[in-house]
Design a protein around this ligand. Sequence first.
Ligand SMILES: [Cu+2]
Length: 374
Amino acid sequence: MTTLPVSRRTLLAGAAFAGALTQVRQVAAETKAVLTSATPSDVDSLPRVKVKLVDPPFVHEHEQVATGGPKVVEFEITIHEKKIKLDDSGAEVWASTFNGTVPGPLMVVHEGDYVELTLINAPTNELLHNIDFHSSTGALGGGALTQINPGEKTILRWKATKPGVFVYHCAPPGMVAWHVVSGMNGAIMVLPRDGLKGRDGEAVTYDKVYYVGEQDFYVPRDAAGNWKTYDSPGESYEDTVAVMKTLTPSHVVFNGAVGALTGDNAMTAKVGETVAFIHSQANRDTRPHLIGGHGDYVWATGKFNNPPERGLETWFIPGGTAGLMVYTFQQPGIYAYVNHNLIEAFELGAAGHVKVEGEWNDDLMKQILAPSAV
Ligand SMILES: [Cu+2]
């Protein structure tokens, strides 16, 4: 790691925003006092489960219908700042990551469970980080209680009271946008205890689940139009913010890079299998679409107290939101799963593949005449 001058490093750690920081810390202290006094004393007697997180697009093992009562679900995430390659043209970015991946890992709990996250800021990092869970209540989503410098850790517990899929992201005072578009976001799914339900109360279950995290990146170019590269996250800060302010991303990708979910990395399914796709975008609006398929059940804004929409072609997910789509595949083949702003999909990278095996159904589609001369 390049050593930064102290003044620069301090700035990057957020101390230049001392006013805001002090304010946030005060809020944090007050909130902590309230939280402590209001915390039910029986949380300590609840069963505890330790969950090992896995890298997206995969999701850790979980029950769809909860057995037993509420639990304390323990997760551990280490924050790593690392250089990642975005494509084959030399574009790279100093990503800030939860657990080393963009997006961070998907967590799954049930409504009424307590999430207990140990958050570690790796000592090799240079920036202050924290975590804001959209699914939690109070203290800037936990952001005010979790600010940690490199080499520090913190433990946050919050009760999952709202069922749905929700974004989480880093939100350090004064630098929220930069951390989020440096890849520091992920999602959590809070399932209803009795599982997902359709509009008529029917059970909606899935055979497998994938987590697609869409990310906009803003890589600066030099005067000749070549991608600029940097020795540390801090060195890239000013140039990157300048590009961010154009609101024009250089890349819009799934799971951290162009091609992260295509070819050998494609998602897979079988005909007859029901697949849940969780899709998050922490910063920008998006519109997922499965080319050749549909959204059988779609919670576009991801909140399970609302009934799902049925049979959609494309669904809209506002920036700062995670959504869920459930589809039963009916035909084999390679499906493209895209952001249906097709410029973002095919020119900037927001496309993945689902490789589906099984029997072709002629009733649903049949080529009556292969392309031939008139
Ligand atoms: Cu951060």
